[in-house]
Design a protein around this ligand. Sequence first.
Ligand SMILES: Cc1ncc(C[n+]2csc(CCOP(=O)(O)OP(=O)(O)O)c2C)c(N)n1
Ligand SMILES: [Mg+2]
Length: 654
Amino acid sequence: MAQAVIAFLKNQYVERDGVEQAFFAGCFGIFGHGNIAGIGQALQQMPEFRYYQARNEQAMVHIATAYAKTRNRLQTLACTSSIGPGATNMVTGAATATINRLPVLLLPGDIFARRNVAPVLQQLESEHTQDISVNDCFKPVSRYWDRITRPEQLLTSLPEAMRVLTSPVETGAVTLALPQDVQAEVYAYPEAFFHKRVWHIMRNRPDRKALEQAAAWIRASQRPLIVAGGGVIYSGATDLLQRFVDQTGVPVGETMAGKGSLHYDHPLNLGAIGATGTFAANRIAREADLVIGIGTRYSDFTTSSKTAFQHPEVRFINLNAAEFDASKHLAMPLVGDAQATLAELLELLEPLDKSGSLDKSGSLDKSGSYSVEASYRSQAAQLHAEWDAEVERIYAIRHTPLPSQGELIGAVNERSALDAIMVCAAGSLPGDLHKLWRARHPKNYHMEYGYSCMGYEIAGGLGAKMAAPDRDVYVMVGDGSYLMMNSEIVTSIQENYKLILILLDNQGFKSIGSLSRSLGQDGFGTRYAYPRNGVLPGDEIGPGVQALPVDLAANARSLGAHVIECKSHDESGTYADFVDALEAVRSTGRTTVIYIQNDRYEGVPGYESWWDVPVAEVSEMPQVQAARAEWEMMRAQERYFLGQEGGTPASTGQ
Ligand SMILES: Cc1ncc(C[n+]2csc(CCOP(=O)(O)OP(=O)(O)O)c2C)c(N)n1
Ligand SMILES: [Mg+2]
C-alpha cells in the first residue's frame, strides 16, 4: 500500500495556463516504527521520488508550506512521520499551512488497523472507542482528512486528496493517516491508477450580473481603494493589477500575504494596510467609500480589528476564488480567479461603446475609461511620497549602543540582490517589515502571518530556497523564534542549500514586551533574564537586568553554519559591522548566520491603526486601568459591515 502511495504521487502533475509540472518535488520525513517499513521502504525502492530528512516534524511541514508558497501553490512536498509524537509534531505545521491556504500533504503513520496487538508503543487509548488515535487531532487543521484502514481505500482517497490540494479554493493541509500494518499490505491496484495524471488549475470566472454591478459600483465611487492580498500573487495577477491601477487610478494597500503585489515605488502603492500599515494606506482606508478586496481573507491585522474603514456608507467588492472570502463584509462577491476576474472587470471599465451611457455618478476621463478624480489620484501619490520619506527616515536612524531594528531592515533591503527572497514569520519583525520592506517583486517578501508561527522562519527559508535555488534567501529571525526552532540549519547544510540567516538578538520578546507595556503590564515575562527575588523581571528593572549566559552565535556554529558576529569597533556601534557582514555573506559557501544584538525598546511606531487585544475589565494595577480606558475608546470604533438592505448585493443591484 505504501508503495502505491509513492507510485501514485510521483505521477501527479498540474497545469495552469498551458504550463505543466510535477506537483510533488519529493517527500520530507522522519522515520520511526510507524513509517519505516511502509513509506520508508517505498521511498527507498523509488529513489526517483526524492526523500529528504528533516530534524523536526513541525519544521518539515513548514519547509513544504514555504515551498508551496514560493511556487504559487503549483508544487509542494509530501511529509511522512511515524505514529504518536512524530505525527502530532506536524499538527502545528498543518494549521500553519491551512490558515495560509497553502497545500501540503501529510502522511502520518497510525496505530494498527487490525488491533490485536494494541496498545502499541505511543498509542493513545480510549475507554469509549477503539476508532481513535492522536491523528484525529489533524481533523480541524486539515482541509481533507482520511484514515486508510484498507489498502483499496487509496483508490478513492488519493484522488480526493489531489482535488483538494490543487484547488485554489479548498487548498491547505491534507492528512492521510496510514496505519502501520496497512502500509505493508498488498492489494492488486488497477494499473490505470498509476498513469500520469494532470490536474488542471482552474481560473474560474465570476457571475456576470455581479460583475456588472461591481463595475457600476466602481464607476459610482469617489474614493475607491484596492486591498491586495495573497491571492493576487498566487494567481499571477500582479501585472494585471498594475494595469488596473494605472488605468483607473485606484490606489492599493497591501496585506501581509499580498505585499509585493505592486512594486513598492509605484506612486499609487500606499504600502502596508491595517494594524501594521502605513499612514498612507490607513488614511485612505478610513475615508474610502468602496473597498475592492482582491484575494484577501480580511484578517484583523488587515482591517485594524474592523476599525480601518470608517466611511459611513463604505461598501465592499471582493474578488476571491473562495465564496467564503468573497462574501466577507457582505460584499459584492466576485467569486473567481483574481487574474481572470480582474481582466473582465477592467474590460467593463474601459470606454463604453457608442450606444452605452455612463453611470451618472461615475467619472469619465478623456478616453472614456473609468478613472478616479485627478485630485484623488494626486492625494494618493502625495501620501505615497510622504510614506517613502518616513521609510528613509527610519532606515537612516543610527541608534547606539545597539542598533534599531528599522535600520537593520533597511540595510538588508538595500544590500540584498533585487531578486532575493526575504522570509519571516513572528515577533516584532513582521510588523516592522510590513511597513518598511521595499518589495521589488512579488516573491521578495515571504511572510507567514496567517499563523505567525514562531519556528517557521528557518524551516520556511529552506523551503523557499529549495523552490528558488537561484535566488538568495534571507531569513530574518528573532532570538525567541531561533531558540524555538533552529534545527533545519542542519538540513540546509546536509542538502547544500545556502541560507542567509539574520539573527536579531534582543534577549527576549521585543514584540510581546512592547504589547505588554501598551497594556500596562511592564514587559512582565517577556525577557530572557535571571529572576530577581524569585520573580522574572519586567522593564522597570532597567539596565540592572542580569542576562543569561547564552551564546546563540556559538549555537549556530555548532549546527554547521558559518557565523559572522557583528561587533562594535567604535562609538558608532555594530551597524558598520552589519553592513560589512551583508557584503561578506554574498560569497560564503554555506548557510551563514549574521548574529547581531539590537535594541529592545527602539521600535517602529504604529501609524493611525489599532489591534484589538482585550484589557482586563477590572484590575488592581493603575496602568492597566488606564490601558483599559483607551481600549474602550477604540473598541467603540469597531464596525459591522452589513451591506445593503434586502438581500444579497447582486440581487438588489445598488
Ligand atoms: C509558536 C508561537 N508561540 C508563541 C507565539 C506568541 N509570540 C508572538 S511574538 C513572540 C516573541 C518572539 O520573540 P523573538 O523571536 O525574539 O522576536 P522579537 O519579538 O524579539 O522581535 C511570541 C512569544 C507565537 N507567535 N508563536
Ligand atoms: Mg527577541
